[in-house]
Design a protein around this ligand. Sequence first.
Ligand code: NDP
Length: 334
Amino acid sequence: MGQSADAAATAAQTPDSNKGNNGHDKPLETLIIGSGPAGYTAAIYAARAGLKPVMYTGQEPGGQLMITTDVENYPGYPDGIMGPAMMDQFQKQAERFGTDVRYDLVEKVDFSGPVHKVWTAGGDEVHAHTVVVSTGASAKWLGLESEKRLANVGVSACAVCDGFFFKGQNVAVVGAGDTAAEEASYLAKLCPEVHMLVRRDEMRASKIMQDRVKKTPNIIIHWNTETEEVLGEKEVTGVRIKNNKTGETSEIAISGFFVAIGHKPNTDIFKGFLDMHDNGYLKAVPGTSKTNVEGVFVSGDAADQVYRQAVTAAGTGCMAALDAERYLAAKEII
Ligand code: NDP
């Protein structure tokens, strides 16, 4: 049953009306922003500690692992597991202990008072004593006009999501890190030729990934190569590349152009409240998940530009929930 008309009117007039708090005026004990391994691990620990966590999933529920194939380095899965299947299990485990998972995006925060406030795209305003920030990171783009214009009609940042559309066609992958190597290997199973565009004369990817790429006969590595333009009007037809040692330009006919050049932390909404490095990664007090704001904790890739692994994200999610619980206990809120 809904609330009475009088009660609804009163709630609407309350200046601090706290719609997302399930109709209660009391702030939440713990709010979690983001739904990757960090967020879900924080949720599991917080829920089992009785903190009744609410999680806002963000725009990409499940985070970066939703666009990954086999995860072979997460302990406990000796045969590997697909990224989306793993995130499904994370979610089920968090919900089993009572996490309230909401498919909505936090767009604005105010961490200036003793109680933290957030606003969502869906219209929620939520107040919480503690917030766990686990907003992760997103793919970077080259910044070419042609890349933007041809996005989703041949330009992609996710081979696992879009590779299938280019089955039997030639593609290119930009980048030379583990992501680029992983994407090239994945695409090599679908496409006759995968052109890997590497801007230096060596790759950043781990040795095992490099070896895999170099041993795959249909991956053609173009060293010292930069992308000048993605070609095509309504769909990708090719790419113009430039050798940065010789200055020579050439074109390759491709149908798919995959960008795999790293990530940017999703921390813009915290500017002005949370201390961050110049590149946007959040700062935590070393050895803890504490930020510069009392009651706000950070976990996962949003504060990790070094390790960026699912298992390290999960570990810091655990730390954030434990730090939140201890903070609430010290303040005698629980
Ligand atoms: P990285 O930052 O490691 O690599 C980015 C790559 O893109 C680099 O080779 C870089 O070149 C290149 N690059 C950047 N900007 C441009 C540009 N404008 N034009 C051309 N090339 C460019 O990002 P990743 O996403 O690959 O990896 C991030 C982290 O995640 C790493 O720690 C990685 O080990 C980890 N990871 C692990 C996986 C696994 O274990 N299975 C899978 C995927 C990622 P340059 O080298 O010249 O700087």
